[in-house]
Each structure stands twice: as structure tokens, then as C-alpha cells.
Design a protein around this ligand. Sequence first.
Ligand code: 13P
Length: 254
Amino acid sequence: MGDRRPLITGNWKMHKTASATRTLLTQLGKQLHGVGGVDVTVAPPFTALGAAAETLAGGGIGLGAQNMHPAEEGAFTGEISAVMLVDLGVQFVLVGHSERRAIFGESDELVGRKLRTALAHDLIPYLCCGETREQRESGDTEPVIERQLRAALQGLPRQRAGDIVVAYEPVWAIGTGLTASPEQAQNAHAFIRGLLADLLGPENAARIRIQYGGSVKPGNAAELLSERDIDGALIGGASLDADSFAGIIRAVAR
Ligand code: 13P
């Protein structure tokens, strides 16, 4: 993982009420007492962000949202803006998660607009990318990642670019119990870093943390993060329980 500080993030997806959020974050805070050398962030659902902000106040865990509309405000029934997130104390936002792309039809272009809006409001975008099983089997892993990243990052001002986070999440490894091997993940991460150097310059590429996501567990986290270009993990299922999420964090803490 180079000189980059490991970044471990829980993406809770559509799980946890506000009260369950308070309970989980309180347990997590206790379990992580004294654990250092790692950055920890969580992305609860929108309805629990207020409760999460209160519970996390003054602690070391960062707070993010799972999605956001690219406009500042307007007639977008059911949507949430960057301003609303910042007002709650949110610091980052996931953009382009494969579930948003596949289930909700988000295009590469829309993902790029969200990323730009997030940066304009000082929210750190965690840009997600990754191929499906069919795309991997037909040898299209790299072209798919390249298309997703180019569309989202083209023309991004270089002075802002070092702040972003990229998450590589092969769709076939999400929620399936199938994890990319450390070698498969490292190959994709090295490709992504090369592409970031091309698009955003080598200094930014060396700074940007690239997380791996897809069935990360306490038992496989350390091996994945021992790879040179794997700087963290984006965790779904195993982040919903304090013991397993803290187990992952402890496994990679320096
Ligand atoms: P799982 O850890 O449940 O496979 O989910 C990964 C993911 O999609 C995180 O964003």
C-alpha cells in the first residue's frame, strides 16, 4: 500500500435505522479505542446520517453518504443535494457505485457530474468502478475501468484531484463471497493508478488512495492490503457488524 495511509470504509447500503446506527457506531467506537495508523469512514443511509453525525461527533470516524444529486437544488423529488449533506456534517460521498449504475441506470456522464458537484462543496468523492463477470470473462476488465474513469475524471482541475478516493469493486465479487485474488486486485489497481497518472498527473496518482471492494472480511483484508497499490477497502456486508468491521480494521492497522 505504499506511503498512503490505509482507508477502511463501511458502505451500509440500505441497512440500519437511525437507532441501530447509534448502537453500531457506539460499539465500533469502543472496539477501535487505541487502534491507530488507519483512517476509518462509514456511509450509513440518508435517514441515519443525522444520528451518525451526533454519535460520531469529536471521534475519529469519518462520515459519508452513499449517493447525491448533482444539482445544487431544485425540483428533483426524492433527491438529496451536496448542500444538505454538508449541513449534516457529512465529509464524503460515494459516486458511481455499481448498484447505482446497474439498478438505477446511472451513466458515466452522470457520475462525472456528481463527482464535480461533490468537489465544489468540499465533499470528497469516492469514485467507484469495476467490471461485471461477463466483462472480465470477455477480457474487457481494463477497457471498462478506463471508460468509467475517463468519463468521470476528464478535465478535473489537477489541484483538486489529489483529494479524491477511487474504489475498485469488481461487480462479480460484491456480496457474493467471491473475492478477487490479491493478484487480480493488484493488477486492476496498478492499471487504475497508471490511468490516474495519465489523467491527473503522476503526483496526484501517487497520492490518491485506491480501495478494493467485494467480499472483504477480517480473514482476507490484510493479504489484500499488503499489495502495493491496494490502499484500503470498501466494505458492504462485513461493515454491518461491529465485530467483523473492527476485525478488518485491526487486521490492517499499522
Ligand atoms: P460486500 O462487502 O458486501 O461484498 O459489498 C461490497 C460493496 O459493494 C461495498 O461498496
